[in-house]
Design a protein around this ligand. Structure first.
Ligand SMILES: NC(=O)c1ccc[n+]([C@@H]2O[C@H](COP(=O)([O-])OP(=O)(O)OC[C@H]3O[C@@H](n4cnc5c(N)ncnc54)[C@H](O)[C@@H]3O)[C@@H](O)[C@H]2O)c1
Length: 461
């Protein structure tokens, strides 16, 4: 069942169910009052965590007419936003400035703002610890602050990707410790964020939003809230289902990338062009979906989220074997790429040690500026460890912080002409590939970015 966007619906009084007496009546009126504020867009919206997920979400609710307060622990981010400077590629500065000057958005580091808010979306990081265990400290800290200022008639929605059970087992007890009761005084949901930074076709507003609440009243309010600003809302029966939806989506992607990376390793050994195989297989009109190999997984989601699931399932006595295996294969890809570079150089009678390798693309995927978990970082470090001099180009990443050092992006064509080997790690569309192929001596292409160039100096993954 989906709920369609309510944007064009005239704001008006919400239907208030005929309530019985006493406690039941108070419960109904708390939910009904919040529902009314949501429907007529007078609800004061809060977003905790103003990053790749939280900031675009805050902008959508400002656009829908709500007054939005963004809360972040980073004073510089808050200062930049209040000065009209967007640091998130998908949030254009002119929109941010429009909402600031219309009084529809403001940012703060002061959590006491929560006291005046009606809805609170939490979009803080969920990284892994070195041991690959979930790091819940950001969620815990954001929920502690929320609990301090919790009161009747508030809707709290966790959006950070996390293991199934988090909202019910971790967040709910923290919030109820304040003395307020879920489903009666306050309302709690989980709604996974599916944003795909850099995707021009699908952005926060037109990506269907799954939401599950602790109680049916929570789900109803959560769905109603999102329907004011987003095109399609998909209510589900519980917070655990909503949490698991996100992990299924990202695990599906991680495992299919692992499978196709293993295919690439097999094809390499057998002298078969894996890219041609995939393109031909993709002509099948049913039962096949193409995934593409590459230098390794990157970003804040696909390499990390499935390990939240495997950590949780271990407690239930189930080993998540597909996840472990795909994680292993994907983790081998940067090593495979470095071996490929070494072999390509050796074929040109050059040792890897002492060679100059130029990396094209430091971001983890094309046309974005995010370097979190990017395989380019691993490849640079592995090459340096083997005695190479490494430079890089990336129009989205002018400076790269690596191992406490600051690397500066170089001009791609100028470096391609100087380097012993150029490696396409991220296929940004802005690179002038024709010029690079023209002046480079040797190119290792991990993305099939140069498929239109039939040159003997190109070695493909
Ligand atoms: N980036 C994506 O493409 C993407 C997509 C889907 C889901 N997610 C998930 O969404 C969540 C947020 O990811 P992101 O990419 O927006 O992260 P981010 O690092 O870009 O943003 C998180 C923000 O939260 C702030 N923060 C940290 N602790 C805080 C606290 N206690 N209180 C207030 N603010 C705090 C940080 O300063 C930062 O600005 C993660 O769980 C992530 O897995 C991310």
């Amino acid at each position: 069942m989906t709920v369609e966007r309510a944007n064009n619906r005239p704001a008006g009084p919400a239907a208030v169910p005929a309530a019985a007496t006493g406690a039941a009546s108070a419960r109904t009126s708390t939910a009904a009052a919040l529902e009314k504020k949501i429907d007529n867009r007078t609800a004061r919206v809060g977003v905790i965590g103003l990053g790749y997920v939280g900031l675009p979400l805050a902008m959508e609710f400002a656009k829908a007419g709500f007054s939005v307060t963004g809360i972040d622990i980073e004073p510089t981010k808050v200062f930049r936003l209040n000065s009209g400077e967007s640091y998130v590629q998908d949030v254009p500065e002119h929109l941010l400035r429009d909402w600031l000057s219309a009084g529809k958005f403001r940012a703060t580091t002061d959590f006491s703002a929560i006291a005046d808010l009606d809805t609170i979306n939490i979009a803080v990081p969920t990284p892994l610890r070195k041991t690959k265990d979930p790091d819940m400290s950001y969620i815990v800290s954001a929920c502690q602050e929320t609990a301090k200022y919790l009161g009747p008639g508030k809707l709290v929605i966790l959006e950070s990707t996390t293991y199934p059970g988090t909202t019910n087992e971790l967040v709910l007890p923290m919030l109820e410790a304040s003395g307020w009761k879920v489903g009666e005084d306050f309302f709690l949901c989980f709604s996974p964020e599916r944003v795909d930074p850099g995707n021009a076709q699908y952005q926060t507003a037109n990506i269907p939003k799954v939401v599950g609440g602790i109680t049916p009243a929570c789900t109803k309010l959560g769905a109603r809230f999102y329907a004011q600003a987003l095109d399609t809302v998909v209510p589900v029966s519980s917070t655990s289902v909503a949490e698991m939806v996100k992990l299924l989506e990202n695990t599906f992607r991680m495992i299919n990338i692992g499978l196709v990376n293993e295919m690439a390793l097999m094809c390499d050994r057998m002298g078969i062009n894996v890219w041609e195989v995939i393109d031909a297989a993709a002509t099948k009109p049913f039962g096949f979906m193409p995934f593409y190999p590459g230098p390794g997984l990157g970003g804040h989601c696909i390499p990390i989220d499935p390990f939240y699931l495997s950590w949780k399932t271990k407690q239930a006595g189930i080993e998540a074997r597909f996840i472990e295996l795909a994680g292993y294969i994907n983790g081998q890809m940067p090593h495979f790429v470095v071996d490929k570079i070494q072999n390509a150089l050796n074929d040109h009678s050059k040792p890897l040690k002492g060679s100059h390798v130029h990396i094209l693309g430091a971001a983890y995927k094309s046309n974005i500026d995010d370097v979190r978990e990017s395989p380019a970082l691993d490849i640079i470090l592995l090459l340096e460890r083997r005695g190479c001099r490494v430079t890089y180009s990336d129009p989205f990443v002018p400076v790269l912080l690596l191992d406490g050092r600051k690397l500066t992006a170089q001009d791609p064509a100028a470096m391609a002409a100087k380097a012993d080997c150029v490696v396409v790690v991220t296929d940004h569309s802005g690179f002038d590939y024709a010029a690079i192929v023209d002046c480079a001596r040797l190119i290792v292409d991990t993305r099939n970015a140069l498929k239109k160039f039939p040159s003997p100096k190109i070695v493909r993954l």
